[in-house]
Design a protein around this ligand. Sequence first.
Ligand code: DGY
Length: 307
Amino acid sequence: MSRPVILRVPPLSPQLHAAVGERYDAVDPADLPTRAGDVVGIVSSNAGTVDAALIASLPRLGVIANHGVGYDNIDVTAALARGVAVSNTPDVLDDAVAETALALLLAVRRRVVVADRFVRAGRWPEGAFPLTDQVAGSRVGILGLGRIGRAVATRLEAFGCAVSYHNRREVPDAPYPYAASPVALAAGVDSLVVVVPGGAGTEALVDRAVLDALGPDGVLINIARGSVVDEPALVAALQEGRLGGAGLDVFADEPQVPAGLVALDTAVLLPHIASGTHPTRAAMRQLTLDNLASWLADGTLLTPVPE
Ligand code: DGY
């Protein structure tokens, strides 16, 4: 019996690329001129675009299994309009992503990266490293109180932080004070952690007004999507000292990072690695493959993206 034809949209991790090849008749973009008519499924990741043109070019496509909780790389509207099912990988990455938010907040507030450079440059004998702020006891706002937002909040509670949040809709059982807007949230906290999904609805949600409300002692942490923050406004706020610091795992035009950010000691920059731990990536890979297998078996998904 012939095996289902699955398109691997790059980039995929070597393990996921290989796993799809072991299980299915895997094709890659270079094969599409001759195989587009056979493709029934796509495996993609957050860095690989699945747009309306690609979806339209695959007449037998029925499922897109995305490796990642975010799915702003996919034109979900075009997919669902065509009856193409879309899955993502929620839950399994909450701990790793929340841990990265804390790592960034601690690194910015305690100036961990700058202090490391200070030691390596042999500057310790010249005198003590300047004192820093601390996370314990500070006020932290969560922008987006979904599963990951809650995982960040519980970790902040362990640090004795006062947590508050803003969400598209107030969360009925949330044990934290609700702020009516991103600006209102930023105005009442020392640090703001961005955890909302990317996409058109959240584009530049963190704009100059939010950054100015955080103020010169404020810190912005972004582990969501670069598109959620007005990046030029962020660079300008940091350069002009209107914002105290930023910890960023994501950028508007990855893997490009604005030179203005690279030049700043007040920014800690990561290459989109929030979910990049061994156990989490293994779980994400498994869930991606399980979604694909489930759809191929009976047309259902374990974790469909919300419509
Ligand atoms: C996701 O799952 O959307 C993350 O950004 C990947 O690290």
